[in-house]
Design a protein around this ligand. Structure first.
Ligand code: F1P
Length: 346
């Protein structure tokens, strides 16, 4: 799916830009800020992208849940691109936010969407299709990973008009090209993740921790567990643990941590020490290059090392598998969770 999303897009900058629609070539050089809105899983994709826009493109980026967007006043800075992300393109809150945005003086509106004939696509100035194919289950999975890929393509396309030089853009393109094989390797973690799921199946609660752009990945891991296994799961930036959530940690509280190889990993390790000191069961999803000691209360899942740019996409897969295996063990309906609808149209 990811390979299909990338196909033909990475040839050169003009080809990439043109894949957002005929007006992209005129509009993209004028973009000075990005405003993202979305709901649920799509919102988490936007939260990851904020790090990429500011780090690689040097573009200020705000992200807001679509369900709140229209209920407050907005000051729209000149040159702001409005980006709505939605798997279905029919989510009522997302559509309402788009329609509101069209009256507010944005430079242009863009849909990142999986359904070509959707209202969101029809009503947006620019469009990038995620080409994930039909999502069979209610909970978004491949929609999320392809949204991340689409957002990276947008970061590259906009970044070339900003601070992103040709060499750095080429490095990002190479990282994207390595994504299909990195995801194949991540899928091979299915067996080890299924064994970790046994540690969660009897639990009522779980905490997910990440730092930097892996905090939104932790949010998505927690959401998947909530949606399909009905275990109460919350995600925190690991540094926030000591500001409140640590009070929840005892031997009964499993903690899932995301430990990629990045500048924040040492800080994360010291945050996780605080969990171990309180007897909580720790599951560390760690880059295979990161040394993390296992003991009776600490299980480490070695996630094959990949380029840091694509790490949020790669780490998402074992988190999705974890939610899936816990749900199967608990006997819930993975595809049709209670109380949820594929498209929230009201
Ligand atoms: C948004 C969303 C999904 C979630 C569920 C309910 O949908 O919150 O993320 O998994 O299906 O709707 P969309 O706008 O991305 O279609």
């Amino acid at each position: 799916v990811v390979a299909e999303t990338l196909e033909g897009r990475l040839a050169d900058h003009e080809v990439l830009e043109a894949s957002f629609g005929p007006r992209a070539a005129t509009l993209f050089p004028q973009v000075q800020r990005v405003q993202i809105i979305a709901c649920g899983t799509s919102y988490h994709a936007g939260l990851v992208a904020r790090y990429w826009f500011e780090e690689h493109a040097g573009l200020p980026c705000d992200v807001e849940v679509a369900s709140e967007y229209r209920y407050r006043r907005h000051v729209v800075a000149p040159g702001t691109l409005f980006v709505a992300i939605s798997q279905s393109g029919e989510t009522a809150d997302t559509l309402a936010a788009l329609r509101e945005a069209r009256t507010l003086g944005y430079l242009a509106t863009m849909a990142i969407c999986n359904v070509p004939e959707s209202s969101l696509v029809r009503e947006s100035d620019l469009v990038l299709m995620t080409r994930a194919g039909p999502e069979i289950g209610v909970a978004s999975t491949k929609a999320f990973t392809t949204q991340l890929v689409a957002l990276l393509l947008l970061v590259i396309a906009l970044g070339r008009h900003q601070q992103l030089n040709a060499d750095d853009a080429a490095d990002m393109v190479n990282a994207l090209r390595s994504l299909p094989s990195a995801l194949e390797q991540a899928l091979e973690l299915d067996g080890p993740v299924a064994r970790l799921a046994e540690l969660l199946v009897e639990r009522q609660h779980a905490l997910f921790l990440g730092r930097g752009l892996h905090y939104p990945v932790a949010l998505e891991g927690a959401l998947k567990l909530k949606e399909i296994s009905y275990i109460h799961a919350e995600a925190y930036p690991a540094g926030e643990l000591k500001h409140g959530p640590l009070a929840l940690v005892d031997a009964e509280m499993p903690v899932v941590a995301i430990a990629p190889r990045d500048d924040l990993v040492e800080k994360l390790k010291s945050n996780l020490q605080e969990v171990r000191a309180r007897g909580g069961t720790l599951m560390v999803f760690a880059d295979s290059d990161v040394r993390y000691a296992e003991d009776d209360d600490t299980r480490v899942l070695a996630v094959p090392h990949c380029h840091p740019l694509i790490a949020p996409v790669v780490f998402t897969v074992p988190l999705q598998l974890l939610a899936y295996h816990v749900a199967v063990l608990r006997g819930t309906d993975v595809d049709q969770p209670r109380n949820l609808a594929k498209s929230v149209t009201v």
